[in-house]
Each structure stands twice: as C-alpha cells, then as structure tokens.
Design a protein around this ligand. Sequence first.
Ligand SMILES: NC(=O)c1ccc[n+]([C@@H]2O[C@H](COP(=O)([O-])OP(=O)(O)OC[C@H]3O[C@@H](n4cnc5c(N)ncnc54)[C@H](OP(=O)(O)O)[C@@H]3O)[C@@H](O)[C@H]2O)c1
Length: 251
Amino acid sequence: MTVQDSGKVALVTGASRGIGYGIAQALVARGDRVVITGRGEDALKDAVEKLGADRAVGIAGKAHDEAHQAAAVERAMEAFGRVDFLINNAGTNPVFGPMAELDLGVARKVYETNVISALGFAQQTWKAWQKENGGAIVNIASVAGVSASPFIGAYGMSKAAMVNLTQQLAHEFAPVVRVNAIAPAVVKTKFAEALYEGREAEAAAAYPLGRLGVPEDIGGAAEFLTSEKSGWITGQTLVIDGGIFLNAGVG
Ligand SMILES: NC(=O)c1ccc[n+]([C@@H]2O[C@H](COP(=O)([O-])OP(=O)(O)OC[C@H]3O[C@@H](n4cnc5c(N)ncnc54)[C@H](OP(=O)(O)O)[C@@H]3O)[C@@H](O)[C@H]2O)c1
C-alpha cells in the first residue's frame, strides 16, 4: 500500500537502531520524511536504506556537538525544506554504581549528552523552522528520571532534567510548538540488553503486561505526540512501562 505523503518532516536523533529507529519507522509509515542521526556512518546508511532513500536522510555526528546539531537541522532544511518535529532520542548511560562513588566527570558527560544536546537541537529547530511555522518536540526521558533508579543515578538525574526541560520548553514555545516527553521502562534494544539478556522471561514477569517493551511501543506514542490528535497536550511526560510502576505498592 502506498502511503500518502504527510508533507511533514521530523529530525530523530540516535535513530540508526533501537527506539530512535522505531520512531523513524512509525513517522515514515504515516507519510513523514525523516532526518536521522547517529555516530556510526555505516549503521546510519543501512537505516536510511531500510526506511527508504526517498523518505530518509542520515547525518553522522555526536549529539552533544553543537556544529553537528546545526548541520543536522541544515540538512533537513536542504533536503526537505522544513523541520516540523524534533525527537530528542540520542542518549547514553555509561556508568553503573553507587552515587557515593560516582565520577563527577562522567556525571557531567552524561548530562551533556542527554540533556544539553536536547536543548541544543531544540534551539536549532526553533530558530530554523518551528518558531515561525510551529511543530512539536518529543524528548525521550526514562522511568529512571521519574523515580530513584539504583546504580544508574547519573542517568536518572539526566532523565529527570529532561522532564523539566520538556516543561520549560513547553511553556516557552507555546502556543506554536508543543513539547512532551516519553519515559519508557525497559525496551528491548542494544542499550538495555544487559538488563534482560539470558533472563528475558524472568525480567518480563515483573511487568503486569507480561513482556518487555519493543521500539514499536515508543514509535506509536511518538507518532501520537507529533499528531493533531495530541493537539491539546503539552509539557507532559508519558510513562510507557508495561505497568511496572503499578508494582510500587506491592511487597
Ligand atoms: N532501551 C531502553 O530500555 C530505554 C529505556 C528508557 C529510555 N531509553 C532511552 O531511549 C533512547 C534510545 O535508546 P535505545 O535503547 O534505543 O539505544 P540503542 O539501541 O543503543 O540506540 C541508540 C541510538 O543512538 C545513537 N547514539 C548513541 N549515542 C549517541 C551520541 N552520543 N550521539 C549521537 N547518536 C548516538 C546510536 O548510534 P551510534 O552508536 O552509531 O551513535 C543508536 O542509533 C536513549 O535516550 C535512552 O536513554 C531507553
């Protein structure tokens, strides 16, 4: 079935695989064009090919690099003439251990990659297109940002900051641009592999819905949050967690 062109364009960071790719797929399936980013050139090329070279372009770079942020938005404007939606998805979680021993340099790096990058991309899309023409932003936070998350505290702090960044931008960019966040629990990707590899059934059993998340679960939500169906929603963080927070009062 041929998909009708929506005429809309999305920039999705960190989209050569995993959740970002799942989001890009969902947006392309409804007729958007996408610009996707990632550090590795080859993976990015493969992803563009799978999405369709007429629907997607890739630009390689590190999310925290300001020159890359500007270049990615320029690429969207050159290739497609607009950038309606920004999905701030690229993120990192390089450290595991107690907060009492957290290397402060690593904590700064996590904040830079996960939070400052998202702000940088938002500044660029606002300036290049959204301020005059409107659109929507979706920030990928985490359940680690809305509760304590033992041993991944630096990551949790950065994702909590993304929740507040979402509110700040939602307030400042209203009424022209809506800004929301998604906070997933464990989604089956390379990033989260260590949390379930070799014990998926056991990990899934903790979830009332009986399974771990898949990128499509997040793709569907991002599609909704960048559509007119969510036209009166801004500043919110949508927790997508297979019901795991429902366990909070148990035990
Ligand atoms: N999976 C989960 O359980 C889960 C749960 C909650 C939130 N999240 C969040 O979801 C987002 C995506 O995670 P994922 O699970 O989809 O991870 P993933 O499968 O490892 O994919 C990450 C994507 O981002 C790119 N990337 C990584 N670091 C980057 C950087 N510094 N600059 C630019 N691109 C970068 C990767 O490509 P390269 O490696 O080639 O750069 C890849 O395309 C992250 O923000 C993560 O915190 C994930």
